[in-house]
Design a binder for this molecule. Structure first.
Ligand SMILES: *Cc1c(COP(=O)(O)O)cnc(C)c1O
Length: 432
């Protein structure tokens, strides 16, 4: 049957979309959670089988090579971070020397804000937003304190008008002569709004301000052109859309025009590589993104990232984005069709325009959203919940299917039809 003849809201439509999906071969390359539909890949991506293979290889290198693995591993451990930087560069639109795998997101924010936040004269403030992931705000507060300044004075948080999204023009209006640094998320972790990184960067530069982005919710889901957009610096994690494993090493990007800048977080892994083992006591910072490394990389965990990057590169980030947009569009349409009206009362909290959407959809329900999440989990569907009323659904291009989205929507419908959610307490567990 051809697609146009099928009722768009029937399961058969989903099944035929899956049949024609050019990325369907990748589903098999992941270890899927048993008897469940996983819709939480924006918190922790599922395990690529290639990650398991890479980690096994590294364990074996450790077993057989001992310390010689630093230079004799298949990817010599000493250059692992640089190699992963080169591998990911095309995925984020950076030059190979501009990216390094190191640290984790919050640590990397500290490291780079230390370099890029230089309060001077009238320019003392950091411009951020009230919807960013709290750890980013904590890090900015800490950095302001390190200069002996008061975060209550120096941290400007652009408010959201609706608690879900930000208006770029309101951020830009506040880029005034008292601002020393702008730091923003690429995709908002609750609503899934994608900000216009290029436009915001141009606006900040016009006012002589450096700008950094936290791309934790966009790298691996969306193509970036960090260098072409002239972004000054960026950070992101390895365990969300990149599928590198729980607590995987993160990444940082520094535009090459800033390679000469200094950092106060000096450590031997940021030293010029060729001379690191001279063990000299004067400090010579590497003239690339590697200069912002601090200490020895965790090589075993790095294997998770290595295998995962191969899958993303093989599928291609443009194809991943296209399928991701198709999946989220489909979820929006099904939600409007099945769940909008009473008694369902579910609204879409994510911008509907594709260019303003990240990789997940925020479903809003004023009442019982947490209990509905709990009931979904009982039925083997794994979403996540963000207070006060957001059910996040992240269909991942590499391993989720259209049929799974159809199932999720039908499942929510049934939970509300039967009022089964009332069986669950409103008390939240430690991790939701
Ligand atoms: C996931 C995420 C983090 C996580 O920080 P870690 O330091 O890796 O624990 C930070 N910021 C944002 C915006 C995120 O989405």
């Amino acid at each position: 049957m051809i697609l146009s003849e099928l009722d768009k809201f029937s399961e058969n439509y989903a099944i035929s979309m899956d049949r024609q999906d050019p990325l369907k071969i990748y589903r098999n390359q992941f270890s899927l959670t048993e008897n469940s539909i996983y819709m939480d890949g924006n918190s922790l991506g599922l395990m690529p089988k290639k990650s398991e293979t890479s980690i096994q290889r590294i364990l074996n290198e450790w077993k057989t090579l001992g310390i010689n693995g630093w230079l004799e591993g298949k990817i010599p451990w000493f250059f692992f971070a640089e190699e992963m930087g080169k591998k990911i560069a095309p995925i984020v639109g950076a030059k190979p020397s501009e990216v390094i795998m190191t640290g984790t997101t919050t640590v990397n924010i500290h490291t780079l804000v230390d370099t890029f936040y230089q309060p001077k004269g009238k320019r003392t403030k950091i411009l951020a937003d009230e919807l960013n992931f709290p750890t980013d705000i904590y890090a900015l507060m800490g950095q302001i304190r390190m200069h002996g300044l008061d975060p209550a004075e120096e941290l400007i948080l652009i408010p959201s008008e609706n608690g879900l999204t930000l208006t770029e023009e309101r951020i830009i209006e506040r880029m005034q002569e008292d601002v020393a640094l702008v730091f923003l998320p690429s995709v908002l972790y609750c609503s899934g709004q994608l900000l216009d990184i290029h436009h915001l960067t141009q606006a900040a530069h016009k006012d002589g301000i450096c700008v950094g982005f936290d791309c934790a919710h966009s790298v691996g889901a969306i193509p970036h052109k960090l260098h072409e957009w002239d972004v000054d610096f960026a950070v992101w994690c390895g365990y969300k859309y990149l599928n590198g494993g729980p607590g995987a090493p993160g990444f940082l990007y520094v535009n090459e025009k800033h390679f000469h800048r200094t950092t106060n977080l000096l450590g031997w892994f940021g030293y010029v590589k060729e001379k690191q083992f001279d063990m000299a006591l004067d400090y010579e910072k590497a003239y690339n993104a590697g200069g912002w490394q601090i200490s020895s990389p965790g090589i075993i965990a790095s294997g998770g990232v290595e295998g995962a990057l191969e899958v993303t590169l093989d599928a291609g980030i443009a194809q991943i984005r296209q399928k991701s947009l198709n999946l989220t569009q489909y979820l929006i349409e099904l939600t409007d069709h099945y769940l909008k009206n009473p008694p369902y009362n579910i609204r879409i909290g994510t911008p509907r325009e594709s260019y303003r959407r990240g990789g997940h959809i925020a479903l809003l329900r004023d009442d019982n959203a947490y209990q509905i999440c709990k009931a979904m989990k009982k039925h083997g569907i794994i979403p996540d919940f963000r207070p006060p009323n957001i059910i996040r659904i992240a269909p991942i291009a590499l391993y989720n299917s259209y049929d799974e989205i159809w199932q999720v929507v039908q499942n929510i419908k049934k939970i509300i039809d039967t009022e089964e959610f009332l069986e669950f307490s409103e008390e939240r567990s430690l991790i939701s």
